[in-house]
Write a protein that binds this ligand. Structure first.
Ligand code: PMP
Length: 404
C-alpha cells in the first residue's frame, strides 16, 4: 500500500469546490480591517480575529517597518541561542506587567505556545485534565504529554478530558485521580468556535479542592474581556488564582506569535526546557514591534475594547431578534447555529455573494449537529458595516428557511 493512497482518495474538498460553496483559503488581496478585497470585490469582514482592528493602525504598521529597518527581517535563531532581541525582552516584561504576573515567555505562534507548555510541565506520573472543547493547540500538547510525541517524558502521563465547561464533571474526574499526584487543569478562556466564556470561578474552586494547577488559553479573551482587555482571569477578578495564562499575537495584537505568563520560577523552567521554544526560531522583529505597538494602544485606549463589545452585543441581539440561534456569551465571537453541513456551506456562499465574509464551521471542527456560521467583530466595524451584515443575514436566513 502506498502511503499517499489516502491523499489520492481524499475528494471531499474538490466535491465542495465543484458546488461553488468552498469557504476556505480565499485569498485576501487587500485589507483595511473591516473591509477586505477578495476576488476583485470589496467585502465586509465578519470572520476575523483582528478584534481591535489594529492590523491597519498606522502606529502598528510604522513600528513593524522601523523594526525591519533596525533588525532586518528575521532572527535566524531560537531565543535560546542567537534569536533573542532586546525587543523580545521588552515585550516579555511589558506583557507580564500588563497581565499582573511575575514573568512572561514568548513563543513563535500561539499554537506552539499551547502545544509547548503542557508536555513540559506534565511529566511522568502527572495528569493533565482538559476541557473536551479546548483548542487544537492544547489538544496537541496533551497528546505529546500522553507520550504520543517525542519529548523527554515516558508514556506514563495521563490525559483526562472533562465534559465541556462542566465543573461538576471536572470535580468527578479529578476525584478519580491519585490524591497525591500533580495535576494541571486547562481550558480555553473564551472558546474559539462558540465564544463561550469558561466558568473560571468554579473551575478554580474545583482545582484548588484537588490541589491542581490552572492554565487558561486566552487567545480570544485578551483585548476582549476583563479590565482593559486583560482577559478571563481579570474578567472574574481571579488573577492570583489563575496560575498560567497563555495568549496569541495573531488576534488582538495584530501580529504573529504567542506568550505565557505566570510565576517567575515556572516561566524560567519553561524557558530552559520547552522544545517548542528551544528548537524553533524566535518571533521576527516586525512581529514583536507590531505587538508592542498594539499593546501601547490597548493600554492607552481601553475605549477600543468597549467599542468592540458594543459592536458584538449589537450583532448578538440583532441576530437573535431575527430568530437565529446565537451563542449567548459576552465575547466578540457570535456564532449562528445552523446544525447542517450542506446548509452552512450554501448559506456561506449566499452571504459571501451579498458582500459579507463569515466563517463556516463544520465537522470535524465542531461536533455533529453544531455546524455553524461563526461571526466575529472588530472595534473598527462602523454602524453601516454592522447594519449591512444584519441585512444580509436576514435575507439569507429567510431564503434558506432558518428564520421566518
Ligand atoms: N488558542 C486558541 C483558543 C486559538 O483560537 C488559536 C488560534 N485560532 C490559538 C490558540 C493559536 O494561535 P496562533 O494563531 O497564534 O497560532
Amino acid at each position: 500500500m502506498d502511503l499517499f493512497e489516502k491523499c489520492r482518495n481524499f475528494t471531499r474538498a474538490d466535491e465542495v469546490k465543484a458546488t461553488g460553496c468552498y469557504p476556505y483559503f480565499h485569498a485576501i488581496e487587500e485589507s483595511e480591517g473591516p473591509v477586505v478585497g477578495i476576488e476583485g470585490r470589496k467585502v465586509i469582514m465578519a470572520g476575523s480575529n483582528n478584534y481591535l482592528g489594529l492590523t491597519a493602525h498606522p502606529k502598528v504598521r510604522e513600528a513593524a517597518i522601523a523594526a525591519i529597518k533596525k533588525y532586518g527581517t528575521g532572527c535566524s535563531g531560537s531565543r535560546y541561542l542567537t534569536g533573542t532581541l532586546d525587543l523580545h525582552i521588552e515585550l516579555e516584561s511589558r506583557l507580564a506587567k500588563f497581565m499582573g504576573k511575575e514573568a512572561c515567555l514568548l513563543y513563535s505562534t500561539g499554537y506552539q505556545t499551547g502545544q509547548g507548555i503542557v508536555p513540559v510541565l506534565v511529566q511522568r506520573g502527572d495528569y493533565v485534565v482538559s476541557d473536551k472543547d479546548n483548542h487544537a493547540s492544547i489538544v496537541a500538547g496533551t497528546l505529546v504529554a500522553a507520550g504520543m510525541g517525542s519529548y523527554a517524558n515516558d508514556s506514563n502521563n495521563m490525559v483526562v478530558r472533562y465534559k465541556h465547561n462542566d465543573m461538576a464533571h471536572l470535580d468527578h474526574v479529578l476525584s478519580q485521580l491519585p490524591a497525591d499526584s500533580a495535576k494541571l487543569v486547562v481550558s480555553d478562556g473564551v472558546f474559539s468556535s462558540s465564544g463561550e466564556i469558561v466558568n473560571l470561578p468554579d473551575m478554580i474552586k474545583v482545582a484548588q479542592k484537588h490541589n491542581a494547577r490552572v492554565m487558561v488559553d486566552d487567545a480570544h479573551a485578551i483585548g476582549v474581556i476583563g479590565k482593559g482587555g486583560r482577559g478571563t482571569a481579570s474578567h472574574f477578578g481571579l488573577e492570583k488564582e489563575t496560575d498560567l495564562t497563555m495568549g496569541t499575537f495573531s488576534k488582538t495584537f495584530a501580529s504573529l506569535g504567542g506568550f505565557v505568563v505566570g510565576d517567575y520560577k515556572v516561566i524560567d523552567y519553561l524557558k530552559h526546557n520547552a522544545p517548542a521554544l528551544i528548537f524553533s526560531a524566535s518571533p521576527a522583529p516586525a512581529s514583536v514591534a507590531a505587538t508592542l505597538a498594539a499593546l501601547d494602544i490597548l493600554e492607552s485606549e481601553p475605549q477600543r475594547v468597549e467599542k468592540l463589545m458594543l459592536n458584538a452585543r449589537k450583532m448578538r441581539s440583532g441576530l437573535k431578534s431575527m430568530g437565529f440561534k446565537v451563542s449567548e456569551h459576552d465575547s466578540a465571537v457570535v456564532s449562528v447555529l445552523i446544525g447542517d453541513t450542506e446548509k452552512v456551506l450554501m448559506m456561506w456562499r449566499a452571504i459571501f455573494d451579498e458582500g459579507v465574509f463569515v466563517n463556516a464551521f463544520i465537522r470535524p471542527a465542531v461536533q455533529p449537529g453544531m455546524e455553524m456560521l461563526r461571526t466575529s467583530y472588530m472595534a473598527t466595524h462602523e454602524e453601516h458595516h454592522l447594519n449591512k451584515i444584519l441585512e444580509v443575514f436576514s435575507k439569507v436566513g429567510r431564503k434558506f428557511g432558518v428564520i421566518n
